[in-house]
Design a protein around this ligand. Structure first.
Ligand code: UD1
Ligand code: CA
Length: 502
């Protein structure tokens, strides 16, 4: 984070600075996490507000922190390293918070956007229109408002006969007549820095909560003879705050609806929008299909024509064109074009499937490249390995990568056939075109083209069941079979031995 003084801009863009008020306790969340760090759609509440203001290109961004300040500052360093965190030691109200912010940038003048930190549905377009309305009317301050069906708990906009804004009245301080107003304060304002500073200097705590309300700035400016404007948001959802977890869930749903609507309009099939969740940070190409129960999170991208789901979670994953991922959980995996995953598989970070590769049912992978057209069809663990092209890994193969202290790598060549239930004890290399016999424990390298057999020879103890388990259904079945054949049954004799002792 920069020093406050270093961030003061020299030119005069449409907005000189953005101030986010984010010091409040958020008591109603009943959480040890500061309110503005709760997340929806892949970003924190604060992250959404910063993203909406970002396109303004303001030279200075100030975030007022207080409750949980260490956590908020740490988060800011990640999501907005250019922002300046300013500490409001005591939460004495939104007006006090704004004053603390402006005191930290004393040289700043020109238009300043002030935003509550808990408005996660605010969109860049809406902010841009507010800024434009402010510029066009030349008001001292313009507040973003919305017409809502239920204004409960929100500040009401009181307008004069000429349509300009006269004041904002908080619900707890409002007269019954003012309470019936359905135009509310969104908590997003743009005002001339000098005018706002002046009004903040005169703000009182003469209200029901004994706090310094930023909203009083409007009435004070009007008293001075300045003009205050109110710009009505096109979509009232944009201005919805978030004060408890019920509201958080409602905002999350609204945000998700927006993301899915945009995807569907861009050509993505979303089979069941109610059970599909996509972060604002994900991308999905046209003609991709998201089946019910799909969650796309973080930086996940799904290319066109891919099918994801049902019941699949992808976090920071990349899915190529025409690939399919069914009932699986993938973290940081890259799934190449035409590759297939699932059902019921777990792909962990470092997994990379080349074109047309397959990771089938009940397979866990980590840190592995699976070459073009290679297959791991069933019930395997594949970790710390590279697999060449056109290879097949038999069912229930385990890449034994961990000796209890360190991880080791396995290298599988092109067109290798690993037999079912093979243990590949790393570090180990299986050369191009080699085979391993089912049930082998491979501890040494296998040269190209060899068949590795590493298992105990089979021993059949003839008649054992009749002698040692007599009277059981197994013994009866064996006896019947022997009688039919006229001799004790033998079975395969190659590489095995039939004993008669015991
Ligand atoms: C505020 C507005 C209200 C508006 C509503 C929109 C005030 C007095 N009222 O009410 O008119 O309709 O938002 O959602 O502003 N904050 C600080 N320091 C403080 C107190 C608050 O930084 O000492 C921050 C909070 O973190 C929050 C913002 O200011 O982001 C607004 O505070 P909050 O308590 O949420 O105000 P509301 O009651 O929601
Ligand atoms: Ca609020």
């Amino acid at each position: 984070m920069q020093e406050p003084s270093a961030a003061v801009p020299t030119s005069s863009p449409a907005v000189a600075a953005v101030v986010v008020l984010a010091a409040g306790q958020g008591t109603r969340m009943r959480s040890t996490t500061p309110k503005v760090l709760h997340t929806l759609g892949g970003r924190s509440l604060l992250g959404h507000v910063l993203a909406a203001a970002e396109p303004l290109g303001a030279g200075t961004t100030v975030v007022v922190v207080g409750a949980g300040r260490d956590q908020v500052e740490q988060h800011l360093a990640q999501v907005a390293p250019g922002a300046v965190a300013v500490v409001q030691e005591e939460q004495r109200g939104s007006g006090h918070a704004a004053a603390v912010a402006l005191d930290a940038v004393p040289d700043l003048d020109g238009p300043v956007l002030l935003v509550n930190g808990d408005a996660p549905l605010l969109r860049a377009d809406t902010v841009a229109r507010l800024v434009e309305a402010h510029r066009a009317t030349g008001s001292a301050l313009t507040v973003l408002t919305a017409e809502v069906d239920d204004p409960t708990g929100l500040g009401r906009i009181v307008r004069s006969a000429d349509g300009s804004v006269r004041a904002i009245v908080e619900e707890r301080d409002a007269t019954p007549e003012q309470r019936s107003v359905r135009e509310i304060n969104a908590g997003v304002y743009i005002g001339d820095a000098a005018a706002v500073r002046r009004a903040l200097g005169r703000i009182s705590t003469d209200n029901d909560q004994g706090e310094q309300y930023f909203t009083d700035v409007l009435g004070l400016l009007v008293e001075e003879g300045a003009t205050v404007g109110g710009h009505v948001a096109d979509d009232p959802d944009d201005v919805l705050g978030c004060n408890d977890r019920v509201e958080l869930a409602a905002r999350r749903r609204t945000l998700n609806d927006r993301v899915l609507d945009d995807l569907m309009r861009s050509g993505v099939t979303v089979v069941d929008p109610l059970t599909t969740w996509v972060d604002v940070t994900c991308s999905v190409g046209p003609d991709a299909v998201l089946e019910p129960g799909t969650q796309l999170r973080g930086t996940t991208s799904v290319a066109s024509g891919a099918v994801v789901g049902p019941d699949t979670t992808l976090v920071d994953a990349e899915v190529g064109e025409g690939a399919s991922v069914v009932r699986s959980h993938c973290l940081g995996a890259r799934i190449g074009p035409e590759a297939t995953v699932g059902p019921f598989s777990y792909l962990r970070p470092g997994t990379r499937l080349e074109r047309g590769a397959k990771v089938g049912a009940f397979v866990e992978t980590k840190n592995v490249e699976v070459g073009e057209g290679s297959k791991v069809p069933h019930l395997s663990y594949v970790g710390d390995a590279s697999i060449g092209r056109g290879a097949n890994i038999g069912a229930a193969t385990v890449f034994v990568n961990y000796d209890g202290v360190a991880k080791h790598r396995t290298t599988i060549g092109d067109h290798v056939r690993i037999g079912s239930d093979t243990m590949l004890v790393a570090p180990v290399t299986v050369g191009d075109g080699a085979y391993t016999a089912a049930g082998s424990v491979i501890t040494s390298d296998v040269p190209p083209g060899a068949m590795a057999v590493a298992r105990a020879p089979q021993r059949n103890v003839a008649g054992w069941v009749r002698r040692r388990r007599s009277g059981t259904p197994a013994a009866e079945a064996a006896e019947a079979a022997e009688n039919r054949a006229g001799a004790p049954s033998g079975g395969r004799s190659d590489a095995s031995r039939t004993d008669t002792e015991q």
